[in-house]
Design a protein around this ligand. Structure first.
Ligand code: HEM
Length: 169
């Protein structure tokens, strides 16, 4: 709780001083995290297409941890940009493109719980150097979910480009 209070003070300070270098830094972080997220998704998708071995399973578990961290930080950095560094919260919360982007992001985050729960289950066998016990149907389903997440990222990117240029308000 105290940590949230500290973050609010830091963001409020940034907002009050309207620091252009901070806006640039947050834009950089936003892109870095978005690219990391997409890369982690692609790695998961490709590895799930291969035969599952202890090494592959370990990489998938690692990629999913990177994906989760990138998504969490992206939400924090994105909201900081919304409230403090760009066109202002009033613009974004009245922008259809932003609301679509944000809703799809939240929906995908919730959807990603399905593969994450499965990959968390893999941690013990991976630690023991074993192949996780998972049916081919389950693997196919997880791969379809990740495919869907990649498709949703394409929608998010389209909305980002539209909202940044003041379109589809
Ligand atoms: C998978 C997730 C996301 C991806 C791939 C993504 C991608 C992008 C990209 C590529 C831009 C630059 C658009 C341009 O200048 O043409 C952008 C801008 C931005 N994004 Fe995201 N984003 C994601 C999530 C979020 C989230 C969760 C938020 C807020 C809660 C957010 C808020 C913003 C804001 C405020 C801008 C600046 C738009 C402007 O210049 O007016 N993004 N995003």
């Amino acid at each position: 709780m105290r940590r949230i209070g500290h973050c609010a003070i830091v963001f409020a300070w940034f907002g009050a001083h309207n620091l252009q270098p901070c806006a640039t830094l947050f834009a950089f972080l936003h892109h870095l995290l978005a690219f990391t997220l997409v890369s982690a998704l692609a790695v998961e998708f490709i590895l799930l297409g291969q035969e599952l071995s202890p090494a592959t399973a370990r990489r998938i578990v690692l990629a999913d941890a990177v994906l989760g961290a990138a998504a969490g930080l992206l939400l924090v950095v994105g909201l900081a940009r919304v409230f403090f560094f760009e066109k202002g919260a009033a613009y974004y919360f009245h922008s259809h493109a932003f609301m679509t982007k944000f809703s799809v992001f939240i929906a995908v985050s919730l959807l990603s719980i399905i593969p994450t729960v499965e990959f968390l289950r893999w941690r013990k066998p991976v630690r023991d150097g074993q192949v996780p016990a998972v049916s081919p149907e389950k693997l196919r389903f997880i791969k379809r979910v990740i495919h869907g997440e990649i498709g949703a990222v394409v929608i998010i990117l389209l909305c980002a480009a539209i909202m940044a240029r003041g379109g589809w308000v």
